[in-house]
Design a protein around this ligand. Sequence first.
Ligand code: ADP
Length: 311
Amino acid sequence: MSSHELSTGFERQRSALLDYFGFGSQQGVDRLRETQLSQAEQHLIANLVLYNIGILVLGGAASFAMARRTLRPLEQAMEAQSRFTADASHELRTPLTAMQTEIEVALRAHNLTVAEAKEQLASNLEEVAKLQALSNGLLALANQDAEHFVPRRLSIKSILDQAIKNSATAAKQKEVVIDNQAGNVSVLGDKDSLVQLFAILLENAIKYSPPKTTITISSQVKGNNAHIAVHDQGHGITPSDLPHIFERLYRADSSRTKEKVNGYGLGLSIAKKIVELHCGAIDAISQEGKGSTFTVRLPLAPAEPSEQKTV
Ligand code: ADP
């Protein structure tokens, strides 16, 4: 097309030169036209080849970069999934290995007394309880999905009362006082899941606090959300652990507490999943040696005409 355009333009110029000025022979002008046309054609082909190669390289590089960007979250999710499977298998293997060794030793003993056998069974029962706790946690994590979620208008007060009731035995054993100062706000959510969420936070606050301390629950309404905070006077969380505590199977180094605290690092990941299903958020702030505050943000239920908000 470009050659054709050039040729047409040249033809017009030639006619103009011949008609108006009468100089230049027919052959001379034709030769000049042929030379210029073939040069222009060569330039065009060279440029077309170069531009096409450039576009091909740029397009390829851009496609590669875009594909990498699109696939990165998928890759990260797969990595997280396989890390979780490996961690979960490791957690399951530990009590199983302990039980296997104990049973093998007991079977090899020639004169095992009834008392020793009972001791053995009691120890095995402890390991079974650990396995049960772990499988319950994993199941709870898997079951937290939109299908099991029945949103209703709920009063935060009744949810907190139930969660406090569930944690009462643990609190009593440690002589920890739970001071509930939360007001009566209504949120939209699934009752069982929300009770489980606050029971997890209270259980942790009790577990990671010294005896005879106080856990305070407070609430605030900000915009269209209720903010419910659970504050404890425990040993706190280090800045290096804080960004990871909501990850599945993550446990901060408990050696600092000088006491072995039971758990599998599943509680807060279950809590996070529950909050996300409620279109809310959860975060934690902590000061080592002074305590931690976990704040849950939940969307408020649409106000009823007769309802009075008291916070
Ligand atoms: P678990 O308590 O079973 O270890 P979680 O997922 O509930 O698992 O918590 C993850 C980690 O976060 C815990 O191992 C603990 O180190 C830290 N943590 C959670 N809540 C608190 C708290 N209230 N005070 C101090 N540390 C906490």
